[in-house]
Ligand binder design. Structure first.
Ligand SMILES: *[C@@H]1O[C@H](CO)[C@@H](O)[C@H](O)[C@H]1NC(C)=O
Ligand SMILES: *[C@@H]1O[C@H](CO)[C@@H](O)[C@H](O)[C@H]1NC(C)=O
Ligand SMILES: *[C@@H]1O[C@H](CO)[C@@H](O)[C@H](O)[C@H]1NC(C)=O
Ligand SMILES: *[C@@H]1O[C@H](CO)[C@@H](O)[C@H](O)[C@H]1NC(C)=O
Ligand SMILES: *[C@@H]1O[C@H](CO)[C@@H](O)[C@H](O)[C@H]1NC(C)=O
Ligand SMILES: *[C@@H]1O[C@H](CO)[C@@H](O)[C@H](O)[C@H]1NC(C)=O
Ligand SMILES: *[C@@H]1O[C@H](CO)[C@@H](O)[C@H](O)[C@H]1NC(C)=O
Ligand SMILES: *[C@@H]1O[C@H](CO)[C@@H](O)[C@H](O)[C@H]1NC(C)=O
Ligand SMILES: *[C@@H]1O[C@H](CO)[C@@H](O)[C@H](O)[C@H]1NC(C)=O
Ligand SMILES: *[C@@H]1O[C@H](CO)[C@@H](O)[C@H](O)[C@H]1NC(C)=O
Length: 499
């Protein structure tokens, strides 16, 4: 047993060492070539000597840090065209977001090297000219947002080959010609509005609302509408006519018929509703990333953010590679993850497929300076078993804290999840890894701030699984900021370690 543990420890230490030191050398050079050959107005912390995967803003690497797989640089004030043979060398790239810049020039032809591209966000730039004819080089594309640019020419027919495409937004460009037939069952969102398109809406796209095609020069006499699914009923008389006819007498048997029919119909409707609810619940458990209707924007749930005063921004910590601003965060869709004594926690999905956790603190009882000082202490802790604090927002009425999102959820959620047939109970190895990780995290916290920092709220819902499936503690050091009037034991249900 003991020897096994020692081997395990050595193995882990080595893996961690390798992981920390790995660098995608060629991808890093490609990024440096990109940034040195395009001008931008917001500073970027892309330092040759720092780790591209761990600290460069907007850069995400794959698991073993051998390749760059996502670039998100919205609103960095890039202008000019994308230098050729730079970004196109990132051949493993899956997500590219350069939205909300001032990039001009044509669609980079060398992007054809980015065969793994899945999400492409180039909206709100100044691109012009036609799109490449052959989109089948990006067979994995699922989201294309090129809206609000100056692209022209026709919409390439080859888009019809993108079988994974779920979103196509080409709105507010200068596309002309006919809309191609896009027989793509996966397509959920389409926006071709405000272009210069002509002809009629092809059959395969008539399921989308009229707003998807508005602002074009499309002929109204469209091709024959698709066959109706239900046989059309004779039109109802206008409401006034129906009301005036009420005092007619019905025979007893007709009444009975109506009552029985009504009951039967009610029962069927109820059954359908129950089935629908049940399958929706099941579906959500299986596909947690699927967008669901009830989500609201962060702005809606956090209504007390006022704009206009100077220091109205998110404060990011050193080494944070997140690239978004308060506006982006407020526009994100929010889903409640949990409600605790310190406040409500939301999962926020940003525009370009980025997910973070936002905690909205309630009853913060300390002044701004004290709050900032505590944030600095906590935010500068970097440890693989501590969920990194990425940013915070402080105003008189609203205090927000931004953390990394862990897709497997909290330990509490994992322990109490409903188990389906194919979900095995948490095995002992995993439990042990969670415990070891959490213990390492807590031990590290106790070495911080001259030994004065404690977590203050250890409980299963504050422990997550990191990418190596070890425990990882979150929400530390917040207890001192809130509710100082209540006695410490009453503040939280979690275990409060003391030193
Ligand atoms: C980009 O700039 C670097 C200098 O920083 C230069 O060495 C490189 O050749 C340039 N690359 C391109 C594609 O222009
Ligand atoms: C990077 O490190 C090298 C050697 O360690 C040093 O010569 C160089 O000045 C550093 N560059 C920057 C930008 O800090
Ligand atoms: C796409 O990614 C896979 C691994 O995820 C890699 O093997 C492959 O080479 C990549 N494709 C391209 C075109 O780079
Ligand atoms: C597309 O995605 C699949 C897996 O999702 C991957 O195996 C493949 O390499 C990707 N690239 C291309 C060009 O199909
Ligand atoms: C695409 O970009 C536009 C802004 O031009 C934005 O309003 C829209 O939400 C984006 N759509 C998707 C699906 O990302
Ligand atoms: C597209 O715009 C360019 C200028 O940006 C122009 O030269 C070209 O003729 C336009 N093409 C079409 C089909 O309108
Ligand atoms: C789809 O791809 C195939 C080959 O991969 C090609 O022959 C065909 O022309 C493409 N279809 C369109 C509409 O571009
Ligand atoms: C379309 O784009 C232009 C700039 O290219 C912008 O001024 C205008 O507001 C946009 N329209 C919409 C509806 O977004
Ligand atoms: C739309 O097309 C017409 C005729 O083809 C042309 O005169 C007009 O300039 C175009 N408008 C835009 C915004 O490209
Ligand atoms: C719309 O299209 C028709 C013919 O398809 C053309 O006669 C008309 O000039 C176009 N209108 C605009 C505003 O481009």
């Amino acid at each position: 047993m003991g020897i096994k543990f020692i081997f395990l420890a050595i193995f882990l230490a080595e893996t961690i060492f390798l992981l920390v030191n790995a660098e995608p050398v060629e991808d890093k050079q490609a990024l440096l070539d990109f940034i040195h050959n395009i001008s931008h107005s917001r500073p970027l912390n892309w330092d040759v000597n720092s780790s591209a995967c761990n600290s460069w803003t907007g850069v995400t690497c794959n698991h073993d840090k051998s390749r760059v797989i996502a670039i998100r640089l919205p609103g960095f004030g890039f202008h000019g065209s994308i230098p050729s043979n730079t970004l196109s060398r990132l051949s493993a790239l899956q997500i590219l977001s350069l939205r909300s810049n001032r990039i001009s020039g044509s669609f980079p032809s060398d992007f054809s090297n980015l065969g793994n591209l899945t999400l492409l966000y180039l909206q709100l730039n100044k691109f012009s000219g036609p799109l490449p004819l052959d989109f089948s080089v990006w067979m994995n594309l699922s989201v294309i947002n090129l809206s609000n640019n100056g692209f022209n020419g026709s919409i390439p027919y080859s888009i019809a080959n993108l079988t994974h495409l779920t979103t196509l937004n080409l709105a507010n460009n200068s596309f002309s010609g006919k809309i191609p037939e896009l027989n793509l069952p996966s397509l959920q969102l389409l926006d071709l509005s405000d272009n210069n398109l002509t002809g009629s809406v092809p059959r395969s796209l008539q399921r989308f609302p009229n707003s998807a095609f508005s602002g074009n020069n499309l002929s109204t006499e469209s091709s024959p509408p698709p066959l109706p699914l239900v046989p059309s009923l004779p039109p109802l008389p206008p409401p006034e006519a129906r009301q005036s006819k009420t005092p007619t007498k019905l025979s007893e048997s007709a009444m009975l018929g109506i009552i029985i029919g009504g009951c039967a119909l009610g029962f069927v409707v109820l059954a359908f509703l129950m089935i629908a609810c049940y399958s929706k619940e099941k579906g959500e458990n299986r596909v947690p990333t699927k967008p669901h209707k009830k989500e609201e924007s962060v702005k809606k749930v956090v209504s007390r953010i006022e704009h206009g005063n100077g220091d109205d921004k998110l404060v990011f910590f050193e080494g944070s590679n997140l690239a978004f601003d308060l506006e982006d965060l407020l526009r994100a869709s929010a889903e409640v993850l949990g409600k605790g004594t310190l406040g409500t926690t939301y999962k926020a999905a940003l525009d370009d497929a980025m997910t973070v956790v936002v905690k909205r603190l309630k009853e913060v009882s300390v002044a701004k300076r004290e709050f900032q000082q505590q944030m600095e202490v906590v935010g500068n802790i970097k440890h693989e078993n501590i969920a990194a604090l990425r940013a915070y927002y402080y105003s008189k009425d609203e205090k927000l804290i931004v953390y990394d999102y862990y897709s497997s959820g909290s330990l509490s959620a994992i322990l109490h999840a409903k188990r389906g047939e194919n979900q095995s109970p948490l095995d002992w190895e995993t439990r042990l890894r969670i415990a070891i990780g959490a213990a390492r995290g807590v031990a590290h916290i106790h070495t911080q701030n001259g030994g004065k920092l404690v977590h203050g709220n250890i409980k299963a819902s504050n422990i997550f699984l990191n990418s190596q499936q070890y425990g990882c503690v979150s929400v530390l050091g917040l207890a001192p900021l809130t509710g100082s009037t209540t006695p410490p034991v009453m503040q939280t249900a979690g275990y409060r370690a003391r030193k």
